[in-house]
Design a protein around this ligand. Structure first.
Ligand SMILES: Cc1cc2nc3c(=O)[nH]c(=O)nc-3n(C[C@H](O)[C@H](O)[C@H](O)COP(=O)(O)OP(=O)(O)OC[C@H]3O[C@@H](n4cnc5c(N)ncnc54)[C@H](O)[C@@H]3O)c2cc1C
Length: 463
């Protein structure tokens, strides 16, 4: 395995002179802010941060790390919970300066640079009434989110983010640039759709877009003493729901700020955040059924999709402490609901939460072997996250998250969404890819035989 090594100044200066975006070392101004990632629990100090503005910069940085046996981390949006966008003592290929999006409205496609965050894509596509299915917080990186699968408000309607991926430009371990799609490097293209950052640096994604402008969306909330009833009703409702209807279930504490009414501030609650096709009869029917349960707050309204996709940003600024645990689930049985309600009664801090994302609908129309994302028959991706601004709370949020996860793990479909894993060991990575793992390992051997790209949920090259 590559290790951080002593770097002589001359070599680093030579790399710096080859990078248009520049190179940051610990003594440089700007290093401290550039080394930070989204999760405040992660405190790593890379020896070099290559600020890449173009493909040539990425090639130079990858070659440099490979030739010198340096640990290499690739940073997209820097959101990874386990801190996989950085490393201790090695070199970070920082894609955050590469943020361009080019939309072709005629073909409803977009080219998205490897360092974009979700909000960059919404900003560029929305004026054309087009959208890409992505995630729930607009500051998340397109790179990491897409390569792991991509779950969000439009999953039931249009599938995972990878299901809209048409191709990608990838810098491989030796600095070669290849284009992967159904016809060129099809194995690599298959692996990129769920296999994480294991195969190279994606400098550009090519996506199919979908016609979405406004949605009927927002939260419905219920008091915790109705959580069992609300969760069971959610389960039954989602079982019948047509693909136009998306809604994720959450346990949460009501934020102490508008637009929430003051009498609900800081009250633990459960709820569903809806995102439904605007104007569809199915939407009115399903929302009507949910309203029969008399929510204490009904914030569902017509809104532009980017408003929904950035609604949670102010709640979760960068630098908070985060600890994650996750599983896929096929069912939400009565005993699982009982345990959810029991564990959620004890939310350790106001920002800590549990989300249950539906991953059926259009995402189920793709087979388990069609892309590297294996769990195509699971109905939910569950994620439990302990969150707090105060580092002194780190242990409390970690132990609550693990306790909650252990109570629900017996109901797991067998693996977890790779983008919600912490540093949980090789078995968990293998479980996540299941029967797709051997094919991924064989593709890894072909495209990254020396495992240069190992700062990720690592797939080891097949022997
Ligand atoms: C607040 C928050 C909300 C989230 N919401 C969602 C959600 O709604 N849906 C969802 O699916 N996930 C969600 N996630 C999880 C998210 O998908 C992962 O954390 C993902 O790893 C973030 O990608 P990033 O580019 O920001 O991360 P980074 O930390 O920059 O990178 C994560 C991993 O991806 C690799 N990588 C990133 N970009 C590239 C690239 N261009 N080429 C090659 N490798 C690359 C990195 O090497 C690293 O291994 C959320 C995370 C957070 C913190």
């Amino acid at each position: 395995m590559a290790k951080a090594i002593e770097l002589d100044d001359r070599a680093a200066e030579e790399l710096g002179s080859r990078l248009r975006g520049g190179l940051l070392r610990p003594r440089d101004e700007g290093y401290e802010s550039a080394r930070k990632v989204y999760n405040g629990m992660i405190d790593r100090r890379p020896a070099l941060i290559a600020r890449c503005v173009d493909v040539a910069d990425v090639i130079a940085a990858v070659r440099f790390a490979g030739e010198r046996g340096l640990d290499l981390a690739v940073r997209g949006g820097g959101h990874n919970g386990a801190g996989l966008g950085t490393c201790e003592g090695g070199l970070v290929v920082d894609l955050s300066p590469m943020r361009g999006v080019v939309v072709d409205p005629a073909s409803a496609t977009a080219g998205v640079a490897g360092g974009c965050v979700l909000g960059d894509v919404d900003h560029a596509t929305h004026p054309f009434g087009l959208a890409l299915p992505m995630g729930f917080i607009s500051t998340t990186g397109v790179g990491g989110l897409t390569l792991g699968g991509g779950i969000g408000h439009l999953t039931r309607r249009f599938g995972l983010t990878v299901d809209s991926l048409l191709g990608a430009d990838v810098v491989l371990h030796d600095g070669a640039l290849v284009h992967a799609d159904e016809e060129h490097h099809p194995d690599l293209f298959w692996a990129l759709r769920g296999g994480g950052g294991n195969f190279g640096v994606v400098t550009s994604f090519h996506f199919r877009l979908h016609p979405v402008s406004t949605v009927m969306a927002g939260p419905m909330l219920w008091e915790m003493d109705r959580a069992t009833e609300a969760m069971a009703a959610y389960r039954d409702l989602m079982r019948d729901a047509p693909e136009e209807v998306n809604g994720f279930f959450a346990f949460l504490t009501v934020p102490p700020a508008p637009p929430f009414p003051e009498h609900l501030w800081l009250r633990p609650m459960c709820g569903v955040v809806w995102c439904c096709a605007d104007g569809a009869a199915a939407t009115d029917r399903m929302l009507g059924r949910a309203r029969e349960l008399a929510p204490v707050l009904d914030g569902v309204q017509r809104m532009p999709l980017p408003v929904l996709q950035s609604a949670f940003d102010p709640l979760y600024p960068p630098g908070l402490q985060w600890y994650w645990r996750a599983d896929f689930a096929n069912e939400l049985g009565d005993e699982a609901i009982r345990r959810h309600v029991e564990q959620a009664a004890d939310l350790p801090t106001p920002l800590s939460t549990m989300h249950l994302y539906p991953i059926d609908g259009a995402a189920h129309r793709v087979g388990p072997e069609d892309t590297a994302f294996r769990f195509r028959d699971a109905r939910f991706a569950e994620v439990i996250v302990g969150v707090d601004p105060d580092p002194a709370e780190a242990e409390r949020i970690r132990s609550w998250t693990v306790r909650y996860w252990e109570a629900l793990h017996p109901f797991s479909a067998g693996g977890a969404y790779v983008n919600f894993l912490m540093d949980e060991g090789e078995d968990r990575v293998r479980a996540t890819y299941g029967a797709n793992y051997p094919r991924l390992a064989a593709i890894k051997r072909r495209y990254d035989p020396g495992n240069l790209f190992h700062v990720n949920q690592n797939i080891r090259p097949a022997a």
